[in-house]
Design a protein around this ligand. Sequence first.
Ligand code: URA
Length: 288
Amino acid sequence: MGIEIDTSSPAGVQAALAALAWQIDCGVTEFIGDDPVNSYDLPERAPWAAKPAAAPGAVAPPAARPAPTPVAEFTPRITPEQRQQQAADEGVAAAKAAARAATDLDALRAALAGFEHCELKQGAKSLVFSDGQPGARVLVLGEAPGRDEDLHGKPFVGAAGQLLDRMFAAIGLSRDSADLQSALYITNVMPWRPPGNRDPSPEEIAMMRPFVERHIELARPQVIVLMGNTPCSALLGAKGILRLRGTWTTALDRPVMPMTHPAYLLRNPAAKREAWADLLAIRERLTP
Ligand code: URA
C-alpha cells in the first residue's frame, strides 16, 4: 500500500512531486499499482503524460529533468582478481607478439627492453639478457638475476655464478670461450631481479615464457640445462628439481637436463656428487 497524498492543494502537489523525486533518486524505475496493467492496451502516450493546458492560477510544473547521458556501452563490473587475470592475459599476448617479431637476439633484447607488462621491470636496475656465446652447444637456463647480476647486467656473476663457471669448466665448457665447441651460453627465465630475490610467480613465468622460447630458438643450442625449479616450471611445466634432476627429457625439440641450482649446491655440498654425474651426462650427450 502506498502513502496517499492529497493533491488538491498546491502544497499537496509539491509534496507529491518531492516524494516522486525522492523515489527516482532511490533508483525506483517501475510503478506497481494495486491492479494489474496491460501495457499493450495503453495508448501511445499516457493521458497523464500529455501536457495539460495551463489553468489560471495553476501551480507551474517542475522543470523537466535533464535526459540522462546515454551510456555508450554496458560495461560489466569485474572483480580485482578478474582485472588481474585480464592484465596477465594481455601481458602474455603482448609477450607472444613481441617475441615472435624478433628475428635475432639483438631484436629480442630490444623487445624485452621495451616490454612494460612485467612489474619486476620497475624495481630492477638492469635488464639481464645473457652472457657467453650464442650458437654454443650448451645453453644454461637459470631462474632470475640476484643482486650482483642486477648491478652488473649479466647472469650468474655472484657466488652461485662462480660455482657454475667451475662446474662447466670441469667438462671443458666456458662462457668466455670464442670456440663454439667449448663455449657456453647463459640466460635466465626472468630478465629482471624479483624484489628480495623471491621466487618468480607462476604469472610472471608464464609472461616471460614466449621470450624464453624465442631466445632458445635464436641461440640454437644442441642441449639445454635447466638450473633449478623456475626453468623447469617454464619449459617443462613441472616442479620438484630433486626428483627431475639427472634425467634427460625434451623441450622445444631439444634434449633437456634439469640440474640442481649452484646456489643449492653451495648450501648442500653433499649434492655436488649428483651434480657431477649430471655434468658427465651432458658431456657425453654433446656430439663433436
Ligand atoms: N641465479 C640464477 O638463477 N640466475 C642468475 O643469474 C643468478 C643467480
